[in-house]
Design a protein around this ligand. Sequence first.
Ligand code: GLN
Length: 301
Amino acid sequence: MQELLSEIAKVAEASPDKGEVATYIPELAGVNPDQFGIAVAFEDGRLLTAGDAEVPFSIQSVSKVFALALALGRVGDQLWYRVGREPSGLSFDSILLLEREDGIPRNPFINAGALVTTDTYLAGSNPREALGELLGFIRAAADDDSIHINENVAQSELTTGHRNFSLAHYLASCGNLRSSVDKVLGTSCHQCGIEMSCRQLAMAGRFLIESANMPPLVAALRRRRINAMMMTCGHYDGSGDFAFRVGLPGKSGVGGGILVIAPGRASIAVWSPGLNRYGNSKLGTEAMEMFAKRTGWSVFG
Ligand code: GLN
């Protein structure tokens, strides 16, 4: 397995087309695209890495997995009255279906749906407390108290996030936000600004593997359901393509990170900042395709 990871990193490093780094968040525009890391945290506790696996990056929408787990922990299945469970077939920041569907976002992984999950774990507390709880969850999952929020990334997004503000205002106009737009956006921009290395992210994802060795942060049924959402909606309008090419549940972020779960086996984090046309890591997706092919790991047997 170590040889495979090193080979995957070598192939990625040699790739002539690394995709385009996200520029709409100014703080991310300056990230060097020539970076690639991969980490695999196995269910038995082993961890293997290759490439730039220790370099911290902005996890962005990968945070939506942890936010979903926290929101479900707060309100259980009540959450599904406020957000759907269907792929949208549209880009992560699309506003198109919100009007047609009365302010109920299609799923918790597009931006509109993630604003609802953030609003859900924020309810009854303030942004500082809520973010403390989210970080606490992630740190416990990763067994790593050094995981933190990059304040510059959070501020960068807060001052330029007009699209997310518009989504939040639309949700509010439909009565689907409990806290103020400013509080929800302040919290969600900090949530997206969480920074982790591949090693830390792979460790944090272990709560989604089926294993007797993992910290029992969520019950089995909830774990399966979060994996199902990752499989169907984790890559936005590229979710079908990722399922076809990789065959494992995954969640991407515009920072170039992807968290992939091989149920019963391992939690995998891959990172390369250049994105494909869906806003998902280009080399990360290619690396996972190679990984799945060579290991034979797939939820489809
Ligand atoms: N914070 C990012 C945004 O709102 C998250 C999007 C993403 O990672 N796909 O645009």
